[in-house]
Design a protein around this ligand. Structure first.
Ligand SMILES: Nc1nc2c(c(=O)[nH]1)N[C@H]1C(S)=C(S)[C@@H](COP(=O)(O)OP(=O)(O)OC[C@H]3O[C@@H](n4cnc5c(=O)[nH]c(N)nc54)[C@H](O)[C@@H]3O)O[C@H]1N2
Ligand SMILES: Nc1nc2c(c(=O)[nH]1)N[C@H]1C(S)=C(S)[C@@H](COP(=O)(O)OP(=O)(O)OC[C@H]3O[C@@H](n4cnc5c(=O)[nH]c(N)nc54)[C@H](O)[C@@H]3O)O[C@H]1N2
Ligand code: SF4
Ligand SMILES: [Mo]
Length: 776
């Protein structure tokens, strides 16, 4: 790869004479491929700020504004390519939806203010509340979308400055189950694999991950596989919905909603029964095998698993054979797995399957959690939410002492336990225990489940502070807005799904009276006596935070000590750990030479159980609601709704519904219907008939405030990770002709796809979808 990078001619690609071909800024104006009026004055090398893939790009700047983005051909993640969001990213920076100054609520109206006024008002109120109700009465919820330097600086301020441990992030809505699953299996968080595993695996099993829409650039690494291995990998897609990604599959597994844990246990059962396991690997590298084996053989018999998952016994055998017999098999998952009330255990069950077949720590053999936001990893590592910085354990006095010494704070300042998680914070606001909430780069009034409960809680707050770059639904309800700078206006690092730390250069100055999140925290801390001097001695720029983070992470699993901004740029990002032993980083964790961070250095095989849905369909709410994303929109659309090339393609929400169910409602494509659950109702959503969705299920994207699907989703959380069960709840649909919705006949249940679908030769057989039926 490095050779390829060196040989690549950037000049030909960009059509500009870049002075330093490796990672240059240029002010050359000769642009062959760009209209002269749009030709940037300079190109600045940076990183995409949307998703966890972490693509390298160049930002074209003209008249001090970002006007262009181009994929960085020298970057090993995307090799010059960008997805539609990356390609239009410059457009959001100057959208009309940006804040241009801090805001304060006066006489019920949000009006422009000064930094001095918002900092003074907020700090006075925080101090007031903390002196009356205790430090914990101020809570903070942040995000996976700041730079690592910003997370580290913010976390330090919250825990060691404000001294509240009621600190969590929107990552709890997203990656928390992967974190806790990795922790309980391997002893620490940390995605095991690398993107190049997609290029080397014989079998790639994607579970609840619709990469075609949500991580499109990963497909490039799958596309390289045939070139490298000489044959096409077998792609297995496990998803109750025939997603765009399922179109790429050789084997599509139409699993019943949220039955993945049972599927994994069932596959393990067959593998153990058939003797297909890797005995040596199990003996040398895992613990807990005896108990695990007994549990699986006794409780997950193929017929029982078939009943739970809706996958035929013979198909289960075929799937187990294909995975177990592959020299290199990898699994990768995202929200179809994490966002469940048994998400943590489902993650560990995927790891169990990889462990008993020895598919860990080798090229092409891994159990890989794909991250969502651009810097979900950064916040996981720098910590202060579910762990102390550097994956240190709150409960370990050694870890606390080491951290206190490294950053020169009194030991008693370091929290001894995790505070409330995100949903617990919302509960504590509702019960009156928490009085002030500071939200940083997250928009819960669209993204949080069970909006009625959330709104009840937010109404009880004495102070809501929102730090956002855009006019989000939540910031418009705030008492105070800290107007943030955003991507391209600030400098620092993002760490992607494969633990690759990428450098994002600042290309332009922050818009109007906005400040980078780093500067906001640094300056706000000055309003608390002695805090700035104590926590940030002589800090002026993100590099100061990065240097401390290098020190704090040194010797830990997520070791950044060998990195520098310069080396990161030179190598096209660096995968941690990076230290004396691995000066250029390390592609994958837990290979033969790297024990797991458990007591015995081995990974744990865990005996885990599937649980049925807590809200199964019933006669009033006979359908299962699945929610998720589309390629054109980003989350709550603060960044994408003003970009016409994206928004025009997906301007409003829709209900994806099987034609059989549409017929029952007497509706067809383009009609509008209502949707309800026990928690609420939303009106007038457009119908999109599709064979891709099974009978008895519907899919609605969650991006749209105008058709707010989180009014309907359930506030049910995984007890280990606190992640919401966003992907399944019971709903009804109402059309004009059938206002009371679908009624099932006596004994009739929602249908399933009859068989696992295997691609013959090049394509799915034409009758694939004829197999969809309603079972009686
Ligand atoms: N365009 C775009 N890209 C994004 C984002 C975005 O908003 N827009 N967001 C980013 C973020 S933060 C994240 S977290 C990722 C999310 O990326 P993904 O996880 O790929 O996204 P989702 O659409 O939420 O859900 C993935 C799939 O899970 C399936 N699913 C539902 N229930 C089940 C189940 O019970 N079992 C299985 N196996 N599958 C199930 C759904 O049908 C869906 O196809 O995307 C990132 N990339
Ligand atoms: N029903 C349902 N709900 C879901 C999901 C689902 O699949 N189904 N997925 C969940 C998941 S995985 C996620 S990650 C969440 C995402 O949910 P949110 O975190 O609420 O989504 P975003 O729209 O990304 O919010 C980020 C906010 O940060 C602001 N922002 C952008 N750049 C900056 C910056 O540089 N600084 C600051 N201070 N602010 C900035 C944006 O304007 C935006 O308001 O949604 C969750 N909600
Ligand atoms: S795949 Fe993700 S990181 Fe890459 S360009 Fe698209 S949004 Fe940006
Ligand atoms: Mo996410």
């Amino acid at each position: 790869m490095l050779n390829k990078i060196k040989n690549f001619n950037l000049k030909d690609f960009l059509g500009v004479d870049i002075k330093n071909e490796k990672y240059a800024l240029t002010d050359d104006k000769k642009f062959g491929k760009v209209a002269l009026s749009k030709a940037p004055d300079k190109w600045v090398r940076s990183t995409c700020g949307y998703c966890g893939v972490g693509c390298g790009l160049y930002i074209g700047v003209k008249d001090a504004k970002p006007v262009y983005t181009k994929g960085d051909p020298a970057h090993p993640v995307n090799m010059g390519t960008l997805c539609p969001k990356g390609l239009s990213e410059h457009e959001m920076v100057h959208s009309e939806n940006r804040y241009t100054s801090p805001m304060i609520r006066k006489n019920g109206q949000l009006v422009p203010s000064s930094w001095a006024e918002v900092f003074k008002t907020t700090s006075d109120k925080f101090k007031d509340i903390q002196s009356i109700h205790g430090n914990g009465a101020v809570a903070i919820v942040s995000t996976g979308q700041l730079l690592t330097e910003e997370f580290y600086t913010l976390g330090k301020f919250v825990q060691l400055g404000l001294k509240t441990n009621n600190y969590c992030g929107n990552t709890t809505l997203c990656m928390a189950s992967a974190v806790m699953g990795y922790k309980q299996t391997f002893g620490s968080d940390g995605p095991l694999g690398a993107y190049e595993d997609f290029s080397h695996a014989d079998v790639i099993m994607l579970i609840g991950a619709n990469i075609a829409d949500n991580h499109p650039i990963l497909k490039l690494h799958i596309a390289k596989n045939k070139k490298i291995t000489g044959k096409k990998p077998t792609i297995i897609v496990v998803d109750p919905r025939f997603s765009k990604t399922a179109n790429m599959a050789d084997m599509y597994v139409p699993i019943n909603p949220r039955s993945d844990l049972a599927l994994m246990n069932g596959l393990c059962h067959i593998i153990l029964e058939q003797g297909w396991e890797n005995e040596k690997f199990i003996k040398d590298r895992t613990s807990g095998y005896k108990e695990f084996r007994k549990h699986i053989l006794e409780n997950y018999k193929p017929q029982d698993v078939a009943n739970i998952t809706g996958i035929d016994v013979k198909d289960l055998y075929e799937l187990a054979r294909v995975y177990a017999k592959a020299p290199k098999a990898m699994s990768a998952w995202t929200m179809g797995v994490n966002q469940s009330s048994i998400g943590t255990d489902t993650v560990s069950s995927i790891c169990n399957l990889a462990l008993i077949t020895g598919n860990i720590g080798r090229e092409g053999a891994t159990a890989f959690s794909i991250t969502g936001q651009c810097n979900a990893m950064g916040t996981r590592e720098t910590g202060f939410t579910s762990s102390l910085p550097g994956y240190r354990n709150f409960a370990s006095s050694y870890d606390r002492e080491e951290y206190a010494t490294l950053v020169n704070v009194p030991l008693e300042d370091v929290p001894t336990k995790r505070g409330y998680s995100y949903p617990q914070i919302i509960d504590a606001i509702e019960s009156g225990e928490i009085k002030a909430l500071w939200l940083v780069a997250t928009n819960p009034l669209v993204s949080y489940p069970d909006q009625k409960k959330l709104r009840r809680a937010l109404n009880k707050l004495e102070l809501l502070v929102v730090q956002d770059a855009f006019k989000s639904e939540t910031s418009l309800k705030a008492d105070i807005v800290f107007s943030a700078a955003t991507w391209s206006e600030k400098e620092g690092t993002y760490t992607n799904s494969e633990r690759r730390c990428n450098y994002a250069r600042k290309a332009v100055e922050p818009l109007a009276d906005t400040k980078s999140d780093f500067n906001i925290v640094l300056e706000f801390s000055k309003y608390f006596e002695g805090v700035n001097e104590r926590l940030y001695p002589n800090w002026k720029q993100p590099r100061d935070a990065f240097n401390e983070w290098k020190k704090v992470s040194s010797g830990r699993l997520c070791d950044y000590s060998g990195m520098s901004y310069e080396l990161i740029e030179e190598l096209g990002g660096i995968q941690w750990p990076c230290n004396e032993k691995y000066p250029k980083g390390k592609a994958r964790l837990y290979d033969e030479n790297m024990p797991c961070p458990t007591q015995d250095g081995k990974a744990k095989l865990l005996a885990l159980d599937w649980l049925p849905l807590s809200e199964p369909c019933n006669s009033n709410f006979p359908l299962t609601l699945n929610t998720g994303r589309t390629v054109e929109q980003w989350h709550t659309r603060t960044k994408t709704k003003t970009i016409s090339i994206l928004n025009d393609l997906a301007p409003e929400a829709w209900i994806e519904i099987n034609p059989v169910d549409a017929k029952k409602l007497e509706v067809s494509n383009g009609d509008r219907i209502d949707i309800s659950s026990i928690r609420g109702r939303i009106n007038n959503i457009i119908v999109k008939e599709s064979q891709n969705i099974r009978i008895g299920s519907i899919f609605v994207p969650f991006h749209y405030n105008e058709q707010l699907i989180n009014t309907i989703t359930k506030a049910e959380f995984d007890p280990k990770s606190f992640e919401p069960n966003y992907k399944q709840c019971a709903v009804q649909l109402h059309s004009i002709k059938v206002p009371n919705g679908i009624v099932f006949q006596e004994g009739e249940v929602a249908g399933v796809l009859e068989h696992i679908v295997v691609k013959d030769e090049n394509n799915f057989t034409a009758n694939t979808f004829e197999k969809i039926k309603t079972t009686k």
